[in-house]
Unconditional design. Structure first.
Length: 645
């Protein structure tokens, strides 16, 4: 995809998505064994799909969102209800009837229309959906013996619905498309003959341990200026934090975590909403991920309510979980710690099919969240600047600079990772970390070298905080004229080495577009390095876990912290980036003009470390973004509601 194909706004993104199905596929040999084709899906097979509808007047929606976070606008922090959003920006009742009549005419039943009028849930047979969207379905067995079905040709929206239907999710039921952005040093320590650190719980009446690997939410509160908010009585009372996840969990685990660290929390505060039947309850499926999300966000906002939206790990599940959360409009902040490389939505034979409209589907949900005042956060990834390394086995594939989705979306805060000061010790080796720095395990390279291991064999490459440049989403207004904002790099050619370690045999997969003025991520970062990491309690994973990290911690931590900030400001905060980038003044960007965001009250610059490519420098960089935060200073720096000023 060339840079001129990038959507300039939600409006042009929706228009682009309607034509993406026509994009030709590049030629490449399949790099890995394909799922076993089991033949045509039986015609009578029953399935439920999610039909994603297009927002109405998306350009006006973009303008409205910008006004809600502009202190000079009369719309500042005047957010919409779901009903107001539906009336102004969603398909009308008559348009909904047009879609339902078409489906019912083919024998497909309409089960539910989401309150925001952007999702229609419908049930029918394989034959009916094949007829409705001019395709046919086939069954497959994946590498784990699980059966799924997917279209054997690009589904087509009928002409009479082209102006309404954005995407049909659920025709492809392949699972495990998305991964939690958490990591630990267990495999590395085992490979090097090192024991895991012992579990350390707070002593006395404290909630913090001060012990790397056993950090708690009490430690986070000390790192990032949260304690002064507690001292003023801001504990999340009256606020609700939301978790979007692709796995079920055991709510008692969160209460065990909070009570064990001495954290007094509001009782009976967790509500679970199972979307599309909910996610699986299994450690392997990520229930530990959901536990840590709840523990971290809820521990930092101890008096806030928590709503956990869990869905199956499928394409439809990941779309529906966001639309359900925003259509309910119960949460003030929302975080997600699951994702996949952005380019996996591009047409890469042997790896992925063209599903770029899915990126627009996410964007619509995040746009509605912003219009309703919900601040959203996503983990930026744990494979440094080389996001695909985590999802496909490196070094069997070449490393390419890529960004993670949905963190790359301009309407969600991308949460990056840092390493906090201390001394990292492995056996006789020690690595001093003098100041908080961008998280990247290349600081362990001298240790690996001393053992005669390269970075791959040692297991440290390319572990670190995700960051980079989107090649789908253009640079948003809040990042224009910001020093340190980058364009996509040249020579990012993705190849597969089928006979690795013999790299002379290569199969071309994809070339990442160069010099794209894309959205940069992350926006802000928090400690995510497992060596300066955290305690987690997950009964499905054996109880107490130590030495855990990943940007999966940063996203829910920001979720909880900004619930406190919103409480202190007396209002939902909405889209945060224009407010965060807009706090700084007077620095020149790479496109000329004056910078509207950088080092500022509440944003603490990170000027050391790297994520294997982007180095911590003064100002913005796609390693730690703007830097870390000081919550108490943010409360002072952010404007309040106009009638409170």
């Amino acid at each position: 995809m060339r840079s001129r194909d990038l959507p300039r706004s939600l409006m042009t993104a929706v228009a682009l998505a309607a034509t993406l199905a026509l994009a030709p596929a590049a030629r490449a040999e399949r790099p890995a064994p394909a799922p076993q084709d089991m033949g045509a899906t039986p015609a009578a097979t029953t399935m439920t799909v999610s039909i994603v509808l297009k927002v109405r007047d998306p350009e006006a929606l973009d303008e409205f969102i910008a006004d809600t976070v502009n202190p000079d606008s009369g719309r500042y922090h005047r957010f919409l209800s779901v009903e107001q959003f539906r009336d102004r920006f969603a398909p009308s009742d008559g348009q909904i009837r047009r879609v339902t009549r078409y489906l019912q005419g083919l024998g497909i039943s309409v089960d539910e229309v989401y309150a925001n009028h952007l999702i229609i849930k419908a049930t029918g047979t394989a034959a009916q959906f094949s007829q409705a969207f001019s395709t046919s379905l086939r069954d497959y067995d994946d590498d784990h013996g699980k059966r799924f079905h997917r279209p054997d040709s690009e589904p087509r929206v009928p002409d009479l619905l082209q102006d309404l239907v954005l995407y049909v999710a659920g025709l492809n039921t392949q699972s495990s498309q998305f991964h939690p952005r958490s990591t630990n040093a267990q495999a590395l320590r085992a490979r090097l003959g090192q024991a895991l650190p012992a579990v350390v719980l707070p002593s006395g009446n404290g909630t913090a341990t001060g012990v790397p690997g056993s950090f708690t939410t009490g430690d986070v509160a000390g790192f990032y200026g949260v304690n002064p908010l507690y001292a003023k009585g801001y504990t999340g009372k009256g606020m609700t934090v939301g978790i979007a996840t692709l796995a079920d969990f055991v709510p008692a685990d969160a209460y065990t975590y909070w009570s064990s660290i001495g954290q007094a929390v509001k009782p009976n505060r967790i509500t679970q909403v199972r979307v599309d039947g909910g996610g699986m309850l299994s450690g392997a499926a990520g229930s530990g991920e959901t536990s840590l999300d709840v523990e971290q966000s809820g521990g930092l906002a101890p008096d806030a309510d928590i709503v956990v939206y869990d869905a199956p790990n499928t394409e439809a599940g990941f779309i529906d979980v966001f639309y359900k959360a925003v259509a309910d409009n119960k949460v003030d902040t929302l975080s997600v710690s699951w994702g996949s490389p952005e380019i996996y939505n591009f047409n890469i034979p042997g790896v992925s099919t063209d599903t770029r409209p899915v990126l627009v589907a996410y964007h619509q949900a995040f746009a509605e969240a912003a219009a309703q005042g919900i601040s959203a956060f996503a983990a930026a990834g744990d494979s440094g600047a080389y996001d695909t390394n985590r999802s496909l086995p490196a070094p069997q594939y070449s490393s390419i600079l890529t960004a993670d989705s949905p963190a790359s979306d301009p309407y969600i805060v991308a949460a990056g990772g840092t390493t906090v000061p201390g001394t990292i010790t492995l056996g006789r080796f020690s690595a001093p970390i003098p100041t908080e720095q961008v998280w990247g395990w290349d600081y362990l390279a001298p240790f690996c070298s001393s053992l005669g291991l390269d970075n791959n064999a040692c297991g440290i490459y390319s572990v670190g905080g995700g960051g980079g440049v989107s090649v789908f989403w253009p640079r948003p207004a809040y990042q224009r004229d910001v020093p340190g904002i980058r364009r996509s790099e040249p020579n990012q050619i993705w190849t597969y080495y089928p006979k690795y370690p013999d790299t002379s045999v290569q199969q071309y997969l994809y070339t990442v577009p160069a010099n794209v003025k894309g959205r940069n991520l992350p926006d802000v970062s928090l400690n995510s390095d497992p060596f300066t990491g955290y305690l987690v309690y997950s009964s499905t994973d054996g109880g107490w876990l130590t030495g855990y990290g990943g940007t999966s911690f940063a996203a829910p931590q920001l979720n909880g912290i900004f619930a406190l900030v919103a409480q202190a400001k007396g209002s939902r905060l909405g889209l945060l980036q224009p407010q965060l980038y807009g706090l700084g003044r007077g620095q020149r960007g790479d496109d000329g003009g004056r910078n509207t965001g950088n080092a500022s009250p509440g944003v603490v610059d990170v000027v050391g470390g790297d994520n294997w490519f982007y180095t911590g420098i003064p100002g913005y960089e796609p390693g730690a973004g703007l830097g870390t935060i000081n919550a108490a200073a943010l409360v002072r720096a952010l404007p309040g509601r106009r009638n409170d000023d």
